[in-house]
Design a protein around this ligand. Structure first.
Ligand code: BV8
Length: 238
């Protein structure tokens, strides 16, 4: 990486790989989440309309599972960076788990929604939700049995895109951690940053689809390479 003195504003994009060592399945690996389910069958509005029980059970199982998992050293390192970094910083996560929050991250945006929220399709309210949805519980606000996972499915607009684009256009360093670079618009953010002169760095277990889009790539488990990178940034090195 270039001279850290030039870095003021950082954007960090995280994906399922940052939670892998916490025991949360990624999507596109052996035995991953999409291995057991075709994405079209569980993560689209059409799938929900066609077979709501299948989709609700898929998300009930994952919502319950994440509540038994803990943040790992990579989440902890990003939370440390968030509290210590004096310049601009935004963690944009594609993950719907709450491990970044539980590690203490504050400047955080869930662009694909959150497992621990439910969204009422009748009154449009979003409410914290840790229980299951398969029994069609009534919305705590309007009473209708119209709650769905507050998760962005394929074909739906990700959350916070204006804020994300503003941060990406303004950043000096764009770092991607634990994502395969397969899903848009998340996978296209590095190109926007790079075209505007930001330095770009990929931290991932192995080269990803998106690797060629980055100036630099470092490979290894997130719990090893993310804390090392954060120490480098905070010591002004690299
Ligand atoms: C939209 C939430 C428009 C639910 C998810 C053709 C071309 C280009 C784009 C499209 C196209 N056809 C359709 C599209 C658009 C589509 C898309 O990109 N499709 C792809 C598949 C081609 N995108 C959308 O539909 C998006 N919406 O475009 O809306 C629009 C416009 C106007 C108005 C309305 C709408 C919505 C996308 C969001 C979909 N929701 N998830 C849920 O979680 O169940 S996507 C899903 O994939 C997750 O969010 C996940 O975050 C995301 C990306 O996956 P990754 O996080 O990267 O995980 P993956 O398993 O793939 O990779 C893990 C990585 O970690 C690997 O690289 C691995 O090496 C690494 N790793 C593993 N272990 C470790 C590690 N790294 C470090 N340490 C380790 N230990």
């Amino acid at each position: 990486m270039g001279d850290m003195r030039e870095i003021r504003n950082i954007v960090i994009l995280t994906g399922a790989g940052i939670s892998a060592e916490s025991g949360i399945d990624t999507f596109r690996s052996e035995g991953g989440l999409w291995e057991q389910h075709r994405v079209e069958d569980v993560a689209t509005p059409e799938a929900f309309a066609r077979d709501p029980d299948l989709v609700l059970r898929f998300y009930d199982m994952r919502r319950e599972a994440i509540q038994t998992k803990q943040p790992n050293k990579a989440h902890d390192a990003l939370a440390r960076l968030d509290s210590a970094w004096q310049g601009g910083l935004l963690i944009v996560t594609q993950n719907v788990d709450d491990l970044h929050e539980r590690a203490g991250a504050k400047r955080l945006l869930h662009m694909h929604g959150e497992h621990l929220n439910a969204w009422c399709t009748a009154c449009d309210i979003r409410v914290p939700w840790i229980a299951s949805l398969i029994e069609r519980p009534p919305c705590p606000v309007c009473g209708m049995q119209a709650l769905r996972p507050d998760v962005v499915w394929f074909g739906e607009m990700p959350y916070g895109m204006d804020e994300i684009h503003a941060a990406v256009r303004n950043c000096d360093l764009f770092v991607s951690i634990g994502t395969s670079g397969a899903v848009y618009p998340a996978a296209g953010l590095v190109r926007i940053a790079r075209d505007l002169g930001a330095q770009t760095l990929e931290l991932n277990l192995e080269p990803s689809k998106g690797s060629p889009r980055f100036h630099e790539a470092r490979h290894g488990p997130a719990t090893v390479i993310v804390p090392a990178w954060v120490e480098e940034v905070l010591s002004g090195g690299g």
